[in-house]
Design a protein around this ligand. Structure first.
Ligand code: ADP
Length: 232
């Protein structure tokens, strides 16, 4: 599902500073991989390489059925639709209701028929438990509800992969656990999840695997529990 083969990444040609060095791994369906490590070790860079928002300096990246080197400009939107993104700060559009936020994503990718949009939005909002809040604006929702809306948005194209950058970073512990439980449900139904975080207790509870980054390298790749349909 996601494969890195000896991937190196630096942002600037001039300086010999590598954000990531010699990264190799394979992540399959129903894995929930936590990328662990303090700020600056390369977690966000790794997520941006998966969506090819950033390109590797060297090495091979395969995501879903796409290979980084072989992609054309037209492939990028298709790849992005295969990877739902969730962020620490939710990134909902503040002047749009929750329904409109999600409908906007569908319209951007060419779904224009109102009834199709309404059905798709209702389906994902029901699946994250905030269908009743669909006509509210983001500011009228709690942090946990906003993150549920952001997860619903990530799910709108039924992606096989969800990438989350510190998804519980702005939430209290209890709400963070609820959000992780929701992501866990997606994993159990076959979605591949990669979560950048520095919250070790969440990784212990929810991850099937942890990759610890240190100075741009994978210092430890640990399998915590079998991948399957169990909820822990
Ligand atoms: P983390 O997500 O673990 O905090 P990042 O992936 O954001 O780490 O950063 C890894 C390294 O890459 C850091 O040294 C950071 O300064 C550098 N970096 C990240 N993004 C950029 C960028 N757009 N331009 C230049 N350097 C960057």
């Amino acid at each position: 599902m996601i494969e890195f083969e000896r991937v190196w990444k630096r942002y600037s040609k001039r300086r010999d500073e590598w954000a990531l060095e010699e990264i190799s791994f394979h992540i399959g369906p129903s894995e929930m991989v936590f990328l662990l490590g303090p700020s600056g070790v390369g977690k966000s860079t790794l997520l941006k390489l998966i969506t090819l928002e950033e390109m590797p300096t060297t090495g091979t990246i395969r995501v879903a059925d796409f290979v980084a080197d072989e992609l054309t400009r037209q492939d990028l939107p298709h790849l992005r639709r295969r990877c739902g993104m969730v962020f620490q700060d939710f990134r909902l559009i503040k002047d749009l209701t929750i329904h409109e936020n999600l409908a906007f994503c569908l319209r951007m990718t060419g779904t224009l028929e109102r009834s199709v949009i309404a059905r798709a939005v209702a389906r994902v909002l029901q699946s994250v438990g905030i269908y009743g809040k669909r006509d509210r604006f983001p500011r009228e929702l709690s942090g946990g509800e906003q993150q549920r809306a952001a997860i619903a948005r990530a799910l709108i194209h039924e992606p096989p992969i969800i990438l989350a950058d510190e998804p519980t970073g702005n939430l209290d512990a209890e709400t963070g656990n609820e959000i992780m439980a929701l992501l866990q449900r997606l994993r159990v139904s076959g979605t591949t999840l990669v979560v950048a975080s520095h919250q070790e207790p969440l990784a212990e509870r929810f991850a099937t695997r942890t990759m610890r980054l240190r100075e741009g390298r994978i210092a430890e790749d640990r399998f915590l529990r079998p991948v399957g349909t169990e909820v822990y």
